[in-house]
Ligand binder design. Structure first.
Ligand code: F6P
Length: 750
C-alpha cells in the first residue's frame, strides 16, 4: 500500500512538472504567434490605408488623423500615430499613449531597418496593461516618408493565456489521474499473476522465471521455521522437544550413532551378568539423546558378557527395563583393538590433539588397523540403516575415516560427525603422517562439530594447509567438488534434569553417607575429583594443589579431605600405567606429609563407580576440582553443577577446558599454578553460603538451558536444513540406489 501511494505521488509530481513545462512552452509559442499576427495585421492595415496616408501626409493633419482613426477601428488596435522621417509626430489618434514618442520609436526603427526589416514589434509592459507596438515603414516610391506606429491592446492575450493554462492544467490533471488509475489496475493484475506464479513455484511446479527467487524464499521460510523450533514456545530443550524436532524436521527418521564406546557393557561378575555404565563423557551425553530419539547405537562390544547378551544380529535392546533403542555390537580381534583403539586412537591421535606433553606415537601397522576397523564399523552402520538417506551420527577421533567410507556406500546420507576432543593447530596436526587421509575422511561428513569455535578454526586451518579444497569462511564450510561440509561449534552438555539423581539421596543424607563410608568425621570438609585415570586430566597437579592448600592454610589440616575417583582407563598403554603409579606416589607422599591419627588428606578411589554413586560424591562435597590440562569440554564440571540442587558447593575449573567458556561463575584456575589452585581451594572452603548460592544458581540456569537435548537438537535441525537444501539443489538425484552390504569377512589375525 505504501509503495502504491509512493508511486502515485511520484506520478502526480512528474505529470505536474510536465504540465508546468508544457504551459511555459505553449505561452511562449502563443505569444510569438500573436506578435507575428499583429505585425501582419499592421502591415495590412497600413497597406490598405496607404493612398489616404500618402495624400494627407504633409498636407492635412486632420485627414491624416481620420485615416489613423479608421485604422484603429479594429478592436485590438487601440491607437495609431504617424511619425515623420525626422521624428516629428504628424498625427495620432486620441488613445495613442504619449509614452511612445516618435523620436524613440524611429530610433529603434532605424536600427531595425539596417537589418533590412520593414516592420518590427515591441511589447513594453506598462501600468495600463500589456501593450504591443508594431511599426511599419511608410514610403512613397523609393522615398522614405516616416512610419506608422500602431499600438495593440494585448490584455486579451493575457486572458487567453490564463484560459489556456487552466485548460492545460485540467487536462494534465485528468491525464495524471487516468494514468495512475490505469497503472494501478495494471499493477494489480500483474501482482495477482506474480503471486500466483510465485505460489506455483514455491509449491514445486516448474516455473523458470522464479527459480532464483524461490530458493531464497524457501531458505528464509526454513530459517524462520528453524528459529521457531529453537526459540519459540518449545521453551527449554527436553527429550519431548528433541523427539518432536526429529518428527517435524526429519520425518521422525531413526538415528544411527557410531561410537567406539557402547552405552552398556555387559560384564560377567560372581553375581551373574551385570550391565555397567562406562566412565565416558561421550556416553553421558549421547545416551539420554538416544533414549529420547530411539534408533541404533553401533559400538565395539568390549564387555566379557557382551557376546552372550546379543541376538543373532549382534543387537541388544537397551536400557535394561526400558528398551527404547538398540545397541549393535561390532566385535574386534585383540590385534584390531590393540592397533585401532590403543595404538592409533589413544597413543597417536589422543596425545596429538591434547596439549598435555605426551608425545604421540604413530605406527604404520596401527594405522592399517585403524583403516580396517573404520571400514568394519562403516559397514555395520550401512547394515543398520533403513533408508538410502539415513541420519548417521559419527562420534569422536576413533572414526575419522568412517564418514567418507559411509558416504561412499550411502551418498545421500546425512552424516553428522562430532569430534569430542580438541583439534590442534595446523602445525601440530601436521605431524601426523596420515593427516590428509584423516581430514579427507572427516570431509565425508555433512556437518562436522567441535565443542568450540577455536577447534573449528584449527580444523579449517588444517584443511587450508593440507588439502585441495575451497573454504567458505562466511558459511563455515569446506567445499570439495559438489560436497560441502559445514564446520560448526556445538558445545556438548548433559541431560537436564539428570535421571541418575532420581535414585540419589538428598544432599544432607549424601554428606552423612559418604563421610561414614570413608571413615571421616561428620563435619569433615570434602573436595572431590572425578575422572578417567588419564594424563590430560591433571590429576597429579590436582593432588599437588591439595598439598599447596595444606602448606599455606594450616586451618584446613586435619579437616579437609580430597576424594579422587579415578576410573581405570586404557590400562594397556604404558603412559597410563605410568600415570597410575605417579598418582599413587603423589597421594602417598602428600598423605605422609599431612596425616595425623586416622586423618589422610587424600583418598584415592581407583575403581569404576556407577553414575548414581558418583552423584552422591558430588552432593557430599564442599568443592569439586576439575583440573584438566586440556579438555574439549569436560562434563564432570556440568554434572557437579546439576547435582547441587541445594545451590551449595564450589566448582574450581581449569581454564583449559571447553567448560570454562560456559561456566564462568566457577573459580577458574591454571592447573599448572599449584599455588593459585591451592588458594582457590581455600577460597572455596571459606566462601560465604550466599556467594556459593549465587554462583551455582547462575551456572545451573545455564546448564539447564544449554543441555544435551539442545546440543543434539541444534545439530539435527541443521542437518534437516542441509537435507532440504540438498534436495532442492537436486544433488541427491545423482546418488546410486541403496543396496544392502555384503556379509563381513573376518580379516586374518595379524
Ligand atoms: O574425551 C574423549 C572420549 O572419547 C570421551 O568422549 C570419553 O569420555 C572418553 O574419551 C572415553 O574414553 P574411552 O572410551 O577410551 O574409555
Amino acid at each position: 500500500m505504501r509503495r502504491a501511494s509512493r508511486f502515485l505521488g511520484v506520478l502526480l509530481v512528474g505529470l505536474s512538472l510536465l504540465a508546468v513545462g508544457g504551459y511555459l512552452v505553449l505561452t511562449q509559442t502563443m505569444r510569438s504567434w500573436f506578435e507575428a499576427d499583429h505585425a501582419l495585421r499592421s502591415r495590412l492595415a497600413v497597406g490598405s490605408a496607404r493612398q489616404s496616408l500618402a495624400d494627407n501626409w504633409h498636407t492635412s493633419r486632420s485627414r491624416l488623423t481620420e485615416t489613423l482613426a479608421d485604422i484603429t477601428r479594429d478592436e485590438r488596435i487601440m491607437g495609431a500615430a504617424a511619425c515623420s522621417e525626422d521624428g516629428q509626430l504628424l498625427a495620432a489618434t486620441e488613445s495613442y499613449p504619449v509614452e511612445f514618442s516618435c523620436r524613440s520609436v524611429l530610433e529603434r526603427m532605424r536600427s531595425e531597418a539596417r537589418k533590412g526589416a520593414t516592420s518590427w514589434t515591441m511589447s513594453p509592459e506598462l501600468p495600463s496593461g500589456r501593450l504591443h507596438l508594431s511599426v511599419t515603414l511608410f514610403e512613397q516610391g523609393s522615398e522614405a516618408k516616416g512610419a506608422i506606429v500602431l499600438v495593440h491592446d494585448l490584455s486579451y492575450v493575457g486572458r487567453r493565456e490564463l484560459t489556456t493554462r487552466n485548460i492545460l492544467l485540467a487536462t494534465f490533471f485528468i491525464m495524471a489521474l487516468g494514468a495512475a488509475a490505469v497503472t494501478l489496475i495494471a499493477l494489480r493484475f500483474a501482482w495477482k499473476d506474480w503471486t500466483r506464479e510465485l505460489r506455483r513455484a514455491l509449491s514445486g511446479e516448474a516455473t523458470d522465471e522464479f527459480q532464483p527467487l524461490v530458493s531464497d524464499v524457501r531458505s528464509l521460510a526454513q530459517r524462520l521455521a528453524n528459529e521457531r523450533v529453537h526459540e519459540a514456545s518449545g521453551g527449554r530443550w527436553s527429550p519431548a522437544r528433541l523427539r518432536s524436532a526429529l518428527t517435524q524436521y526429519l520425518e521422525g527418521e531413526r538415528v544411527v550413532i557410531l561410537a567406539n564406546r557402547e552405552p552398556y557393557i555387559h560384564e560377567k561378575t560372581p553375581e551373574g551378568v551385570r550391565a555397567v555404565h562406562p566412565a565416558s563423557g561421550l556416553v553421558t551425553a549421547l545416551e539420554p539423546v538416544m533414549r529420547s530419539c530411539s534408533g541404533v547405537w553401533v559400538a565395539h562390544g568390549s564387555g566379557s558378557a557382551d557376546r552372550e547378551t546379543v541376538d543373532r544380529h549382534d543387537r541388544i535392546l537397551v536400557p535394561p527395563g526400558e528398551e527404547s533403542y538398540q545397541v549393535r555390537r561390532v566385535w574386534l580381534t585383540e590385534a584390531e583393538e590393540n592397533g585401532y583403539y590403543y595404538g592409533f586412537s589413544n597413543e597417536g591421535l589422543w596425545p596429538l590433539c591434547h596439549v598435555a606433553h605426551t608425545r604421540p606415537l604413530f605406527r604404520a601397522e596401527d594405522y592399517e588397523y585403524y583403516v580396517r576397523v573404520n571400514q568394519r564399523f562403516a559397514e555395520a552402520v550401512c547394515e543398520e540403516v533403513d533408508s538410502d538417506d539415513p541420519i548417521v551420527l559419527v562420534q569422536d577421533y576413533h572414526f575419522a575415516l568412517a564418514p567418507k567410507m559411509i558416504r561412499e556406500r550411502l551418498p545421500r546420507a546425512t552424516i553428522i560427525t562430532f569430534w569430542h576432543i580438541p583439534w590442534p593447530n595446523a602445525e601440530r596436526f601436521g605431524i601426523c603422517p596420515w593427516r590428509e587421509e584423516l581430514i579427507s575422511g572427516l570431509l565425508g561428513s555433512s556437518i562436522l562439530g567441535f565443542h568450540t569455535q577455536l577447534h573449528c578454526n584449527n580444523f579449517i586451518d588444517s584443511v587450508d594447509a593440507f588439502m585441495e579444497s575451497r573454504i567458505d569462511r562466511e558459511e563455515h564450510a569446506v567445499i570439495q567438488g559438489v560436497r560441502r561440509t559445514l564446520v560448526k561449534p556445538y558445545p556438548i552438555s548433559i541431560e537436564w534434569p539428570v535421571h541418575w539423581l532420581n535414585d540419589v539421596p538428598n544432599v544432607v543424607d549424601c554428606q552423612l553417607q559418604v563421610r561414614r563410608e570413608l571413615g571421616l568425621p561428620d563435619d569433615a570438609l570434602v573436595g572431590v575429583g572425578v575422572d578417567r585415570l588419564d594424563y590430560t586430566k591433571g590429576i597429579e597437579e590436582r593432588l599437588l594443589a591439595v598439598d599447596s592448600l595444606l602448606t599455606r592454610y594450616p586451618e584446613f589440616r586435619g579437616k579437609f579431605t580430597f576424594v579422587q575417583i579415578a576410573a581405570p582407563s586404557r590400562t594397556k598403554i604404558p603412559r597410563y600405567l605410568e600415570l597410575n603409579e605417579r598418582v599413587e606416589a603423589i597421594a602417598t607422599d602428600v598423605n605422609k606429609k599431612w596425616s595425623s591419627g586416622s586423618y589422610r588428606p587424600i583418598v584415592l578411589l581407583r575403581t569404576h563407580h556407577e553414575p548414581a554413586s558418583i552423584f552422591r560424591f558430588y552432593r557430599a562435597a564442599q568443592l569439586c576440582y576439575v583440573s584438566s590440562l586440556h579438555d574439549g569440554m569436560n562434563l564432570v564440571a556440568k554434572e557437579f553443577v546439576a547435582a547441587r540442587d541445594d545451590e551449595q558447593g564450589v566448582l574450581i575449573l581449569s581454564q583449559f577446558t571447553g567448560a570454562a567458556r560456559d561456566l564462568t561463575e566457577a573459580l577458574i584456575v591454571n592447573p599448572y599454578d599449584l599455588q593459585q589452585a591451592g588458594d582457590a581451594m581455600a577460597g572455596a572452603l571459606r566462601m560465604p553460603k550466599s556467594e556459593q548460592r549465587e554462583r551455582l544458581h547462575s551456572m545451573r540456569r545455564l546448564v539447564s538451558e544449554f543441555n544435551v537435548y539442545r546440543w543434539a537438537g541444534r545439530m539435527l535441525v541443521d542437518a534437516a536444513e542441509l537435507r532440504r537444501k540438498e534436495r532442492m539443489t537436486g544433488r541427491f538425484a545423482t546418488a546410486q540406489p541403496f543396496t544392502p552390504t555384503e556379509p563381513y569377512e573376518e580379516p586374518p589375525v595379524a
